[in-house]
Design a protein around this ligand. Structure first.
Ligand code: 13P
Length: 332
């Protein structure tokens, strides 16, 4: 029987990474409209179908994270017309599901946010597992400016409760404490907040009996804010590995970084530098990018069926750069 540890390892190994295509209906609608595509249910479906049916995606991508709406829709490609989870299994990528329900201001949090979605989560996870999902995702959002110990602890507590429920229901949790890149903070400040965030997360995971071998961590890369002068990739790599070495136990099979608003080439350059500097670490270091993989493809598609093949080619080129980065090869 396939264990949680098997699934977690297969998500982060064999030189592949995870495609995050799990924007909420609201966020996806905004992104479609920004490209002049009407934000209809059918256009959201067609766009996700374009992504997961890209020929050869399975060579670069081990899993794809979907949202509730997509998980219940159908994908068709050639003579295949299947529910998305089945289609993903058929095309060789594991389907995952985003299960948090978004953020709300944390009471007495002085501007900090906390992620919601624990109510009724056990039953939703049961249903998602029945629909074919193999793993799940929950994202905590940490703004550098409001990253108090109170906010970090509240978010870590929710992440660990989610992770424990996932494992109870046979789903691998992706645990995502995202320190946002928005702002003009420097590299050291991002490192400090990421270090505190990960310390809080692993404390709560242990307290709530989460098996580290059966989960994947999805952190930010340690970079200066997008409004500050960018740091060279070797500095990003050194700062990122320093925090991970301090905070991430060796039992964890892998770490899949989010892209956080960095473009494809920049995110891949950072990931390549991290892997080149990492040498033989116990955990695998891969990607779970959203925007850095899909934004260019969405722009190329623009809602036009005639542009579908070109959009898929753009997606695959971005995935190929990310897979190269896992092997330590940076884009030119
Ligand atoms: P980005 O890579 O666009 O930051 O998104 C990853 C993700 O899944 C956010 O939850």
């Amino acid at each position: 029987m396939r264990t949680l540890a098997d699934t977690a390892l297969s998500l982060v190994s064999s030189g592949r990474g995870i495609l995050a295509a799990d924007e909420s209906v609201r966020t996806m609608s905004q992104r479609l409209e920004a490209e002049g595509v009407p934000a209809t249910e059918e256009n959201r479906r067609a766009y996700r179908e374009l992504l997961v049916s890209a020929p050869g995606l399975r060579d670069r991508v081990s899993g794809v994270i979907l949202c509730d709406e997509t998980l219940r829709q159908h994908a068709s490609f050639g003579d295949v017309d299947l529910a998305f989870p089945e289609a993903c299994h058929r095309w060789g990528v594991l389907p995952g599901i985003k299960v948090d329900t978004g953020t709300t201001p944390l009471a007495f949090g002085e501007g900090a946010l906390v992620t919601e979605g624990l109510d009724g989560l056990r039953d939703r996870l049961k249903e998602y597992a029945g629909l074919g999902a193999a793993f799940a995702k929950w994202r905590a959002v940490i703004d550098v400016a409001s990253a108090s110990d109170h906010a970090l602890k509240a978010n870590a507590h929710a992440l660990a409760r989610y992770a424990a429920l996932c494992q109870e229901q046979g789903l691998v949790p992706i645990v995502e404490p995202e320190v946002l890149c928005t702002g003009d903070h420097d590299l050291d400040r991002c490192a400090e907040v990421t270090d505190r965030a990960l310390a809080a997360v692993f404390e709560q995971l242990e307290a709530q009996h989460v098996d580290l071998a059966g989960m994947v961590l999805k952190p930010n890369l340690v970079t200066p804010g997008l409004g500050a002068v960018p740091a060279p990739a070797d500095q990003v790599a050194a700062a990122t590995l320093k925090v991970l070495d301090r905070r991430v136990p060796p039992a964890l099979p892998g770490i899949a970084f989010l892209s956080g608003g960095h473009d494809n080439v920049t995110a891949c350059r950072y990931l390549a530098a991290v892997n080149a500097a990492a040498g033989e670490r116990s955990w695998r270091l891969t990607f779970s990018f959203g925007r850095a993989l899909v934004s260019d493809a969405l722009r190329r598609w623009g809602g036009e069926e005639a542009h579908r093949d070109e959009a898929q080619a753009v997606l695959l080129a971005n995935c190929a750069r990310a897979a190269d980065a896992i092997a330590g090869r940076a884009p030119a």
